[in-house]
Ligand binder design. Structure first.
Ligand SMILES: Cc1cc2nc3c(=O)[nH]c(=O)nc-3n(C[C@H](O)[C@H](O)[C@H](O)COP(=O)(O)O)c2cc1C
Length: 346
């Protein structure tokens, strides 16, 4: 699988998630089987580029290639400038966000709101491609199925994007109106795939190896992208890779292995954010990791009372050691607990 001229390790992608898929998390996902990971959205507003938040989001130190940066905004010229700026800072692929339903993004007429204004969406795509193409940087597009149930125009936008020179399209199988509610549907993604020659990526509610296989089969997509199911469980990528290759489930990771991954992640995380911000933002990653495990909810509540990185690390370490006395491996995915595909989704 390629994006433009850039080869990828596999067709399992980590979704961009603001506040989650920072460089430490992307690196972890790539280590544990993701062939590709897109950075959190970076604003096209020049006045914010030097802010701490944006510069952290643009941090790619030591990240495995390719470096993909997602940009969001409303003005074609500003989006083009943002693409150029990010290329100068190491981006090898530029992803345009037309999928984010966040109010902050949509009230400024960006993210998925752009799907309501096809001419403006196309102007943005053309402006970004115009600065990226001469630098041999592929441009990709991430969108939803449409603005609302009655206006599912993903196919029309995707066709126009392909004609404008976009190298890959990702479709999250929900409308803007749905937010993250209801269920993702995959028929529109299949229609986009059938209409395009460039690679199409299916996204939305993929949380088990069975579901991954079913979505690939139903949509004919070239790749799948996983967001929420990787929170606290970044090894889902290698579990899916193994299942797609062999039809067999990989056993869950050993508890001591999961502990080592989490501690390495935390170390990297504190390194990027510093002590105070690092301790605060590490809580959600620790919470996601322990919540599904025996007594994880109790530990999560306790951990939220700790306010130094040292205290977090030693609490996590002790908690996993105690778990390891009771449990050798974390539970593997159960197909029964995570059903494959409902008729409404197909
Ligand atoms: C916390 C969070 C932050 C997100 N931030 C972004 C973002 O910055 N850009 C984007 O295109 N999508 C963003 N998304 C959407 C995801 O990329 C993905 O499309 C969505 O979560 C559906 O996939 P999933 O069901 O595998 O989670 C975000 C989702 C979540 C849950």
């Amino acid at each position: 699988m390629h994006i433009g001229h850039i080869p990828l390790a596999n067709r399992l992608f980590a979704a961009p998630m603001a506040g989650v898929t920072d460089r430490p998390f992307r690196q972890l996902c790539k280590r544990l089987g993701a062939g590709y990971a897109v950075s959190e959205m970076v604003t096209s507003r020049r006045d914010l580029w030097n802010s701490l938040k944006t510069s952290r989001r643009a941090n790619h130190d030591g990240e495995v290639d390719p470096i993909a940066v997602q940009i969001a905004g409303t003005e074609p010229a500003m989006m083009a400038a943002a693409a150029a700026y990010n290329i100068d800072n190491g981006a090898q692929i530029i992803d345009i966000n037309m999928g984010c339903p966040a109010k902050k993004v949509c009230t400024q007429w960006a993210g998925s709101a752009l799907m309501q204004d096809e001419p403006l969406a196309l102007e943005i795509i053309e402006a970004v491609v115009a600065v990226c193409a001469p630098r041999h940087v592929p441009v990709t597009l991430k969108m939803r199925t449409g603005w609302c149930q009655a206006e599912r125009n993903a196919v029309s936008i995707a066709r126009a994007a392909e004609r404008a020179g976009v190298s890959m399209v990702t479709v999250h199988g929900r409308t803007r109106e749905q937010g993250y509610g209801g269920q993702a549907e995959y028929a529109t993604i299949a229609a986009v795939k059938a209409a395009l020659r460039i690679p199409v990526v299916a996204n939305g509610d993929i949380d088990t190896p069975e579901k991954a296989r079913a979505v690939l089969a139903t949509t004919g997509a070239d790749a799948i992208m996983i967001g929420r199911a990787a929170q606290g469980r970044p090894w889902i990528f290698r579990e899916i890779a193994h299942f797609l290759e062999t039809g067999e489930h990989l056993p869950g990771p050993e508890v001591r292995q999961a502990k080592a991954w989490l501690l390495e992640h935390l170390d990297d995380h504190y390194g990027l954010y510093g002590e105070d911000a690092g301790v605060r933002s590490a809580r959600k990653h620790i919470g996601w990791a322990v919540r599904p495990l025996p007594d994880g909810e109790i530990f999560r509540a306790h951990m939220n009372t700790l306010d130094t990185s040292q205290a977090q690390v030693s609490a996590v370490s002790d908690w996993f050691d105690q778990l390891a006395d009771k449990l050798w491996r974390l539970p593997a995915w159960s197909q029964a607990a995570h059903p494959a595909l409902t008729p409404e989704q197909a």
